[in-house]
Design a protein around this ligand. Structure first.
Ligand SMILES: C[S@@+](CC[C@H](N)C(=O)[O-])C[C@H]1O[C@@H](n2cnc3c(N)ncnc32)[C@H](O)[C@@H]1O
Length: 236
C-alpha cells in the first residue's frame, strides 16, 4: 500500500525535475484563511513542508508518511526547522492525538485527477476499499470542526519516458485494474536500471468520493477557480 522505499533515493531528483511545482502548491495552501496548524498526509521527503516552513513561520506544522526511507530524507531536509513534527504512520491507523485546522495531501495518500475531458476522480495510494474507509475516518478525526481537508489536483497519468538531470531517463507506465490502475515507475541511466517501483492505485468517481467523505463529516466545497490546485472539504 503506497510504499515508496524503492523510489526514495531518487525521489527528489525526479520531483524537482518538473514533476511538481512546489512553490505553486504552497501558494494555494496559503490561500486558506487563518489557519494555525497544518497536517500533510503523505509528506514524503518534505519538499512541500520545507517550502511551507520557509514561508509561514507562525503555524504548527506536522507531516506523516508510511515510508521510513522517505521520512529519513524529510527529517534531514527539515532539521533547520526543529518545530516541524514528522511522524511515521499509516493513515489507516493515524493517531497523532491532535486536531488540525488544515489537513492536506498533494500526491500523498489521496489526490484528484482532472483531465478536462472526463469526470474528475479521486486516486488513492491504498487499493483496498475498507482500508480507504479507515483512512478517511482516521483523517477526519484529526481535523478540527470547521477545519479543512485539501486534496491536490493533478493532470492525467500517462505512459511516457522523459530525460531528467544527469542524463537519467524517468519513465512510467499505467495499466488499468478492476477498481483503479497499476503504475510502474522507472529510472534508467543508459542501459542501467537505477530504480523501479510498482503501486496499485484505487480510484473513485468524483461524486462517490464526495459521498464517502461526507460520511465522515467532510463536505465538498465547490471551487470558483477553473483550475484549482486543491479540492476542498470542510469538516462539519
Ligand atoms: C508521491 S509521494 C508525495 C510526497 C509529497 N507529498 C510530495 O509532494 O513530494 C506519496 C507519499 O505518500 C506516502 N503514502 C502512501 N500511502 C500512504 C499511507 N497509507 N499512509 C501514509 N503515507 C502514505 C508514500 O510513502 C509517499 O511518500
Amino acid at each position: 500500500m503506497g510504499d515508496y522505499t524503492n523510489m526514495s533515493g531518487y525521489y527528489d531528483l525526479i520531483m524537482t525535475s518538473g514533476y511538481y511545482d512546489y512553490p505553486k502548491i504552497v501558494n494555494a495552501l496559503l490561500e486558506s484563511p487563518n489557519f494555525r496548524s497544518v497536517l500533510e498526509m503523505g509528506c514524503g521527503t518534505g519538499l512541500i513542508l520545507e517550502e511551507l516552513a520557509q514561508r509561514k513561520k507562525d503555524i504548527a506544522i506536522t507531516g506523516f508518511d508510511l515510508t521510513e526511507a522517505m521520512l529519513v530524507i524529510a527529517k534531514q531536509r527539515l532539521s533547520v526547522f526543529p518545530e516541524v513534527r514528522l511522524v511515521q504512520q499509516n493513515v489507516t491507523e493515524l493517531d497523532l492525538h491532535q486536531q488540525y485546522d488544515v489537513a492536506f495531501s498533494y500526491g500523498g495518500v489521496w489526490y484528484f485527477v482532472m483531465d478536462g475531458v472526463n469526470e474528475p476522480f479521486l486516486v488513492s495510494h491504498i487499493y483496498d476499499h475498507e482500508a480507504n474507509l479507515n483512512g478517511w475516518e482516521r483523517a477526519a478525526k484529526h481535523i478540527a470542526s470547521g477545519g479543512q481537508l485539501l486534496l491536490g489536483v493533478q493532470g492525467p497519468h500517462s505512459n511516457y519516458a522523459s530525460p531528467i538531470r544527469n542524463g537519467y531517463v524517468y519513465s512510467q507506465t499505467i495499466t488499468p485494474l478492476p477498481h483503479g490502475f497499476h503504475k510502474e515507475y522507472f529510472l534508467d541511466d543508459g542501459h542501467k536500471r537505477l530504480m523501479e517501483q510498482r503501486i496499485d492505485y484505487r480510484t473513485y468517481p468524483f461524486d462517490e468520493a464526495c459521498e464517502l467523505l461526507a460520511n465522515y463529516g467532510l463536505i465538498h466545497q465547490p471551487s470558483a477557480s477553473a483550475n484549482p490546485q486543491f479540492v476542498r472539504f470542510v469538516k462539519s
